[in-house]
Design a protein around this ligand. Structure first.
Ligand SMILES: C[S@@+](CC[C@H](N)C(=O)[O-])C[C@H]1O[C@@H](n2cnc3c(N)ncnc32)[C@H](O)[C@@H]1O
Length: 229
């Protein structure tokens, strides 16, 4: 393996690839282009991007009329996002985010890179931050394609573990060429945690299907959720 290859193995390390995240056109074409139509008319909607990275999607949503705010655990990401959407729209502490407030909370490609305890913490936070009629869109790489070796977006190193087993595996991103350690957890595992955390599943969406090397692939899953009444 090339010794200069960047490896992102911890949730706090994503600043190593901030420039790459800003240039991810394939991901934008697949994930963001599926998510944005689901959100509908964003004019004056209170929207939080939770784990926003450098703020690429947040800027797009701002341009569509949303009152966009972002939170990210990584200070460098928050600085990058501030540069795009304004410091006044970037929370510096989780505690500063208003409860019972947001019409939409987006959380893209975050739950698949954090430990189980943090998955539960993030879902719990999202539930507290949504307003009564609010919806959350939480998405990441489609667990159903856990054993493929290649997609349009990455090369993967399947471990031989079964679909039902939670396990870590490595990916090399085609855009950027960096490596990440991601956690596979079955869709049913997430559904259980959502329910336990007080979120109700409204719908499950997938990004468009394509074929590669004889495999039918939908890169991402997006769960649509609301607070349990
Ligand atoms: C793969 S990037 C995705 C960025 C962006 N959401 C996107 O779709 O391009 C994961 C982001 O989640 C952030 N992150 C990781 N753990 C987090 C946590 N516990 N709370 C908030 N953000 C977190 C990282 O700093 C990083 O910016």
């Amino acid at each position: 393996m090339d010794s200069n290859t960047t490896l992102v193995a911890q949730q706090e390390e994503w600043n190593k690839v901030v420039k790459d995240l800003e240039g991810e056109n394939l991901k934008l074409a697949s994930y963001d282009n599926t998510l944005v139509p689901l959100l509908g008319d964003l004019t004056d909607k209170n929207v939080l991007d939770y784990g926003a990275g450098p703020g690429v999607l947040a800027l797009g949503l701002k341009k569509l009329g949303a009152k966009i705010k972002v939170w990210d655990i990584n200070p460098e990401m928050r600085k990058k996002a501030s540069g795009k959407i304004g410091t006044e729209n970037t929370y510096q502490n989780l505690e500063d985010i208003p409860r019972d407030h947001f019409d939409f909370i987006i959380c893209n490609l975050v739950l698949c890179i954090v430990p189980e305890s943090e998955v539960r913490a993030i879902i719990g936070n999202i539930k507290e931050l949504l307003n009564e009629n609010g919806l959350s869109y939480i998405g990441f790489c489609n667990p159903k394609i856990f054993d493929i070796k290649e997609s349009n977006l990455d090369f993967r190193f399947p471990t031989g573990n079964k679909y039902d087993d939670n396990h870590d595996y490595k990916k090399v991103k085609k855009e950027g060429g960096y490596e990440i350690i991601e956690t596979h957890r079955p869709i049913e595992w997430y559904e259980k945690v959502f329910a336990e955390s007080g979120l109700e599943l409204v719908d499950t969406h997938f990004t468009p299907e394509y074929e590669l090397e004889g495999e039918k692939i939908q890169d991402f899953v997006i769960f649509e959720l609301r607070r349990k009444p």
